[in-house]
Ligand binder design. Structure first.
Ligand SMILES: CC(=O)SCCNC(=O)CCNC(=O)[C@H](O)C(C)(C)COP(=O)(O)OP(=O)(O)OC[C@H]1O[C@@H](n2cnc3c(N)ncnc32)[C@H](O)[C@@H]1OP(=O)(O)O
Ligand SMILES: CC(=O)C(=O)O
Length: 539
């Protein structure tokens, strides 16, 4: 099987993304993870650019990478100084990286208008920089910036830049679609032309995503002879991003018959993608092909009915191949199959046509119509199913509650107090608490009343609170705006898991109460289930 080298530049080109900012520590964690995934090269940064990147390379000298080689990035030397005196090239040598990648100009307007030097002088920059670095690098790559645009405008000059790099010791010439404006058929034709004119050269591809074609362009380049693909995890990068390695690796391995990662490592892809997003403190892109949470998620009843019989009916690969999994959503587009799938996941074996299934489906559709959204708040639906099927109980009853906001000093935050009356078993509990806002005050009062009976509630935290005014909820009596229906989603968690619950009402406090009550009941229900499972195991 032919091998394609995966060159990851998340830690360099990825950090040029508007929303990405990584500390040295973050970079070390990501580098370790990329090595475990098994990419061939990790471009760690530009040591001549900033102290953070310099520190990263110094720290990396203590790490033993198992699969990847560490690459340091920089430009050809500054026109005003010689290669030997160029701080940027010296920083590359100091970095201790065994692989060095330098970018140089290949598009004539970049030479004359950006660098403001002659075309001949640029060839000297390329030649002298590579020749100077050659003895210090195990591998030396030349990134031909703007190669495709340059080739289209002045093919002879673009080729002479590549030829100079090759003659000066470059092991590999990486053709860059820096502005991301090239089409796959142009990439294919230009790759063929370069291979004809420089048959001895090994070629790579570095594509940007300005036309949403970076993955397609990378695959086209491989089909036309590229042996290395550069890109970033999750496609992070400047403007519209770089070529997304998650899609490239999966496509090359699963659709095109190439090998990119060590045997058996492809199933680490989804975890690696999520890990990088987590360290970068960015939300994962749900619709990301292969590794996104929605990539194998089914919502429509017709689809769910079919995938339950044979997943291949609506899935282009087995999700497990890339470490992902199938998910089924609940919504007003569901059919009985969605309910059966979820019920099975919760431990119930039901059949199509069962009155419980029909009741649950009707209830789901009615509630979704009122504004509940169970695909985002599955804990509420799990409780509902378990209640309808008699497995879950209400752990308490909120008999009454009152919330007061008082402003004592003009311009100061209001003082919020909640009182609640609860029934737990046969006992009545009456408590009050203050909080930062009405929902927090109600949450504190509820816990204060309940923790005596259920101490495990002390482990539970509210993690997120979202309110959405539902469009189309303007009432027939003309009351919209502040009288519109709102949906509240509350995400809660303990040491082991996170869950989301939902409430809907014209009254934001009432919607929050529903979501809060579900959240507490869910925690108590799941803890009881765990205890039961443990007790059964011990019998
Ligand atoms: C296509 C790519 O992704 S290339 C990578 C782009 N990434 C970055 O720019 C991030 C890191 N960059 C930096 O930290 C800084 O820009 C530095 C340290 C490299 C340079 O900083 P400064 O010296 O202050 O220059 P500044 O950023 O204003 O301008 C870029 C300089 O690089 C020069 N330059 C650009 N490309 C090249 C090249 N291939 N070879 C030689 N010089 C180059 C420009 O001519 C300009 O120098 P000049 O003003 O003397 O003509
Ligand atoms: C080198 C590089 O990052 C580019 O040309 O896009």
């Amino acid at each position: 099987m032919n091998t394609i080298q995966i060159y990851d530049t998340t830690l360099r080109d990825g950090t040029q993304s508007e929303e990405l900012n990584l500390s040295t520590e973050d970079k070390l964690r990501i580098a370790t993870k990329l090595d475990q995934l098994g990419v061939a090269y990790i471009e760690g940064g530009w040591p001549g650019s900033n102290p953070k990147d310099k520190r990263f390379f110094a720290e990396m000298q203590q790490y033993q990478l198992s699969t990847a080689r560490l690459a340091a990035f920089g430009s050809t030397h500054a026109a005003k100084v010689s290669a030997e005196n160029d701080a940027n090239l010296l920083a590359l040598i100091d970095s201790g990286a065994s692989v060095m990648t330098i970018f140089g100009k290949t598009w004539d307007i970049h030479v004359t208008d950006a660098l403001k030097i002659t075309l001949e002088r640029n060839l000297e920059l390329i030649r002298d920089s590579l020749a100077f670095l050659r003895p210090h690098a195990k591998e030396l790559f030349y990134d031909a910036e703007h190669f495709f645009d340059g080739y289209k405008k002045n093919a002879d000059y673009a080729i002479s830049c590549l030829g100079t790099a090759l003659d000066s010791g470059a092991d590999l010439l990486v053709l860059c679609d820096t502005n991301g404006g090239t089409l796959p058929e142009e990439v294919a034709a230009i790759m063929d032309a370069v291979r004809t004119r420089l048959p001895e050269a090994r070629l790579g591809i570095h594509a940007h995503n300005d036309c949403e074609l970076a993955v397609a362009n990378s695959l086209a380049a491989v089909r036309h002879g590229a042996v290395q693909v550069q890109g970033t995890m999750n496609g992070y990068g400047e403007r519209c991003g770089n070529a997304n390695l998650c899609s490239i690796i999966a496509n090359l391995e699963l659709k095109m018959g190439y090998s990119c990662l060590p045997e058996g490592h492809l199933e680490r892809l989804t975890d690696t993608s999520a890990f990088v997003a987590e360290v970068a403190n960015l939300r994962c892109f749900k619709r990301q092909p292969y590794t996104g949470q929605s990539a194998f998620t089914h919502k429509g009843g017709v689809h769910v009915a079919a995938v339950r019989r044979n997943p291949r009916t609506y899935e282009h690969i087995e999700p497990e191949l890339v470490g992902n999994k199938q998910r089924i959503l609940l919504s007003d587009l569901a059919g009985q199959s969605n309910i059966l799938f979820k019920a099975k996941q919760y431990g119930f074996e039901l059949d199509k046509g069962d009155p419980f299934v029909l009741e649950l489906l009707t209830e789901l559709k009615n509630r979704e119509d009122q504004g509940y959204e169970y695909s985002a708040a599955e804990a509420s639906y799990e409780l509902l199913v378990n209640r309808v099927l008699g497995r879950a109980r209400n752990y308490f009853r909120l008999i009454s509650f009152r919330i007061m906001d008082s402003v004592f000093t003009e311009g100061m935050e209001p003082f919020t107090e909640a009182t609640v009356m609860l029934r737990v078993g046969g006992m009545i509990e009456h408590t009050a608490a203050t909080g930062k806002g009405p929902v927090n005050a109600m949450d504190c009062a509820l816990r204060k009343g309940l923790e005596r009976f259920y101490p495990n509630l002390g482990e539970m935290r509210l993690l997120d609170f979202k309110v959405r005014v539902l469009t189309g909820s303007v009432r027939e009596d003309g009351h919209g705006g502040t009288a519109a229906v709102v949906r509240v989603l509350i995400e809660s968690g303990d040491q082991k898991s996170r869950w989301t619950t939902v409430g809907v009402s014209y009254n934001i406090i009432e919607a929050s109460r529903q979501a809060l009550e579900d959240s507490i009941n869910y925690k108590l229900f799941k803890d009881d289930q765990k205890k039961l499972t443990q007790a059964i195991r011990e019998i």
